[in-house]
Design a protein around this ligand. Sequence first.
Ligand code: CP3
Length: 378
Amino acid sequence: MSSLIGNDGILPEPIGAVGMSGGTRFVRACLKRPVDRPPVWFLRQAGRYMAEYREVRKHHTLVEICKRPEIAAEVTITAAEKLGVDAAIIFADLLLPLEPMGLDFEFVAGEGPMVHHPLRTVEQIDRLRTDRAGELEYVAKAIEKVAGHFGDQMGMIGFCGAPFTLASYMIEGGSSRNYIFTKQMMYSEPAAWQKLLDKLVTVLVAYCKQQVDAGADVIQIFDSWVGSLSVEDYRDYCLPVTTRLVRAVQELGVPVIYFGVDTASLLPAMRETGADVVGLDWRTPLDEGWKSLGYSCAVQGNLDPITLFAPEPILETRVKQVLAQAAGRAGHIFNLGHGIVPGTPVENVQAVVKMVKAFSPLYAQKLPVVGGGEIPRG
Ligand code: CP3
């Protein structure tokens, strides 16, 4: 387990001390332990909105950047330093594990990811490989470089896709509106569906282990498109296997952040995965979302990413509202409700970091910790 956490229940530094490192602050908040102020980082904090990234993209494709650890590390470090955040998420992509499983894909400009031979038959699922996760070591190598650069000054986040969201890309062949092929497979071929999710979990656990061994302090599991499911379908077709993935990653010795979009109705079921942190999208007010999780885990979020286009006074009001809803409870990680979009003014993202640092004392410790500070495991 990370050395950033400190002894159980005893802060390594007094609350409010100048100098709690970003890494310590971030990992402790994931575990719902008291911190001097909420840590802050952003989904998609390295990306096309940032001039430095666009410059690197002029010379390399997205996949090239991911596969060259020195470039992926540089992109990760530049973004985190430029923003002054408490955590860095490794520059990689959700779809990378598809390749060693035997599915080729590419990113088509303006259209997003495209899988060349989407999974539509049981035979295709049978042929998927689970023994080549070692080919993804380039991500771990990049993590090693970033973790070595920052030490405990910055939390190091590794990540992977959740089984449902990855399966949806494999079956649809790309982004989707209605997930017809995915749900058809789920309903009509339940054994094949289960086999696909099991194979994904095998690969993802190996992939996360590489990332943790390389220095990831926390793993975020992106279930970006899980909000397309009804609660019943989520429970029947996804919850058990997602729970298995969450527990297996926790057994590697790191906290897990579980994130999805459009999840208001799914939150109580998502909590049952046992994830240490649940990421909230911006459509649910943070306090309502946390309440529907029983305040029993940490939460991450949840400013609307498009607020970053608003004039400063409005941005300030919205940042204060998120902080007010968190109300100084232990276990809030300030973030957006989904990723930063291209065209976002960088200075507004930097301004939010400054606001979180400046305003969080106004809301600090207004409420006692509700629901206890420890997350039961097992
Ligand atoms: O700092 C960071 O967070 C960047 C690292 C990162 C990328 N992808 C790089 C990327 C992360 C964490 C991801 C995860 C990812 N990839 C998700 C989950 C996050 C979410 O937004 O819910 C998903 C769904 C994907 C799949 C994916 N990758 C899509 C749908 C797209 C196209 C989006 C678009 O706007 O074109 C990508 C491409 C991608 N991955 C880009 C980046 C910076 C932009 C394209 C580029 O640079 O050419």
